[in-house]
Design a protein around this ligand. Structure first.
Ligand code: ZN
Ligand code: ZN
Length: 391
C-alpha cells in the first residue's frame, strides 16, 4: 500500500467509529465487523473478502496506539487525507508503509509529530522532486550575478551570448538529500526547522542557522560520497543567454528563471547580468540616440549640398546640408538610432565638423586667394570688438 493510499484512507470510517473512539470501542467495532465479513462466513463473496481486508487494515493501524497516533498526525500534516503533490512533483508518492512507520516515532504536537520515520518519507519526497510539507517546502534556486561584455553593435541590436556560470545545484548522486541512500534523517537539534533560537529579548526571538545540519533541517546518516553530505554540488554550465536589444553600459538586466535550479521542485532563481559595452570607433550613444560626427568641407558648409552619412549596420544615408551650415550643427536622422524597449528606434544625431585643409595647392589655392580678395571688406571680428566696448 502506498503512503498516499494509506493517508487518504479513512480507517475510522471503515470501522464506523468516531475519531475520538477509545481503544475498547475500536476493538469492539472491529470484532463485530470481522465476524460479519469473515471469509469463512462468506464463501465465494469477493466483496465481503475485500471488505474484510479493509477492516483488518484499519484495525492494524487504529488498534495499535503508536500506529494510530502516527496515522492521525500524518492525516493532519497532509491535510485531512487530501494528500496533494506539490508543484513540479510527478504525482506518485509510493512510499512503503514500512517507511512511514520505520523509525521509533516520538514527539508531540501535529507539526512535531514524527521522529525518525518522517525522514524516510521526506527522503522519498526528495527523490521525486518535492512536495509541500511544512518542513521541506520546495526551495527557490539562488539568484546568480554575472557580467558580460558586448560590442557596441551587439548592445544596440541585442545578442545571444554564451555565459559560463558556476552555481550550487542539488547533488545528482543523492538527489540533493546528502544521504547516499537518499534517506536523510530529520535533524534532532532543530527538529527539521534548520534554525535554532539564539535567545529572546524584547518580545522577539532571534534565530541562527542550526549548527548541526547547517540549516538544512536534515542530517545524512550515510553521507553521500559525492557531496560529503551537503546535498549540494558545484556545477558549472554554459548557457546561451539572450541579451535584449538596446542595453546600455553598466546596465543590470534580470533574466527570470535563468539562475540556479530550485530544490525539491522549487523554481529556478534569476540571473542578473551586468552588461559592459565596448566603444565604437565611429558611433557614440546618447540614450536611445546614436551620435556621429561627420567632417564637411568649408564649401559644403557654406554653399550647402548633400553629404553621405554612415549608419550602424545599415546602408549609408544622404543628408541635405543647407547653405550656410555652421560648424558643430547637429542634424537628426529619424529612426536610425538604438533599439528601444518597444522595438522602435531612436535617432541618429549627425554633427557636422568643418574641416580645414592643411595643404593647398594649384587651383584650390588660387580660388581661395580670389575668395579672400572678394571678401576683403568683411571683418568677421567687427561685431566682437563692438560688443567688447559695451557694458
Ligand atoms: Zn538542525
Ligand atoms: Zn550527494
Amino acid at each position: 500500500m502506498s503512503t498516499k493510499d494509506f493517508i487518504e484512507k479513512d480507517f475510522y470510517k471503515v470501522l464506523g467509529v468516531p475519531k475520538d473512539a477509545t481503544e475498547a470501542e475500536i476493538k469492539k467495532a472491529y470484532r463485530k465487523l470481522a465476524r460479519e465479513y469473515h471469509p469463512d462466513a462468506n464463501k465465494g463473496n469477493a466483496k465481503a473478502e475485500e471488505r474484510f481486508k479493509e477492516i483488518s487494515e484499519a484495525n492494524d493501524v487504529l488498534g495499535d496506539a503508536k500506529k494510530r497516533k502516527e496515522y492521525d498526525e500524518a492525516r493532519a500534516l497532509f491535510g485531512n487525507g487530501g494528500f496533494r503533490p506539490g508543484p513540479g512533483a510527478g504525482g506518485s508518492f509510493n512510499f512503503d508503509l514500512g517507511d512511514l512507520f520505520g523509525g521509533g516515532a516520538q514527539g508531540g504536537g501535529a507539526s512535531g509529530g514524527f521522529g525518525g520515520g518522517i525522514g524516510d518519507v521526506f527522503g522519498g519526497l526528495f527523490n521525486r522532486g518535492g512536495a509541500g510539507t511544512t518542513r521541506t517546502q520546495p526551495r527557490r534556486g539562488q539568484d546568480i550575478d554575472t557580467e558580460v561584455t558586448l560590442t557596441f553593435t551587439e548592445a544596440i541590436e541585442g545578442a545571444t551570448v554564451p555565459l559560463r556560470m558556476s552555481s550550487q545545484s542539488p547533488c545528482k548522486a543523492c538527489s540533493g538529500t546528502g544521504d547516499k541512500n537518499g534517506t536523510p534523517r530529520v535533524c534532532p537539534t532543530c527538529v527539521g526547522t534548520g534554525q535554532v533560537a539564539r535567545g529572546s529579548g524584547g518580545g522577539f526571538s532571534l534565530t541562527d542557522p542550526c549548527p548541526d545540519c547547517k540549516g538544512r533541517g536534515l542530517i545524512a546518516e550515510h553521507p553521500c560520497l559525492d557531496c560529503k553530505g551537503s546535498g549540494r554540488a558545484k556545477s558549472s554550465r554554459t548557457m546561451q543567454v539572450r541579451i535584449p536589444a538596446g542595453v546600455t553600459d553598466s546596465q543590470r538586466i534580470r533574466l527570470r528563471g535563468k539562475g540556479a535550479p530550485g530544490e525539491r521542485g522549487g523554481p529556478s532563481g534569476d540571473l542578473y547580468v551586468v552588461v559592459h559595452v565596448g566603444a565604437h570607433p565611429v558611433f557614440g550613444r546618447k540614450d536611445d540616440n546614436l551620435t556621429v560626427t561627420v567632417p564637411v568641407t568649408f564649401t559644403e558648409a557654406a554653399l550647402g549640398g548633400e553629404i553621405k552619412v554612415p549608419t550602424l549596420g545599415g546602408p549609408s544615408l544622404t543628408l541635405k546640408l543647407p547653405p550656410g551650415t555652421p560648424n558643430g550643427r547637429t542634424m537628426r536622422a529619424r529612426g536610425k538610432g538604438a533599439v528601444r524597449k518597444d522595438g522602435t528606434r531612436g535617432d541618429l544625431l549627425v554633427t557636422v565638423e568643418v574641416s580645414v585643409p592643411k595643404d593647398l595647392s594649384g587651383k584650390a589655392r588660387d580660388a581661395l586667394e580670389a575668395y579672400r580678395e572678394a571678401t576683403a571688406d568683411e571683418d568677421p571680428r567687427a561685431e566682437l570688438f563692438e560688443a567688447a566696448k559695451g557694458a
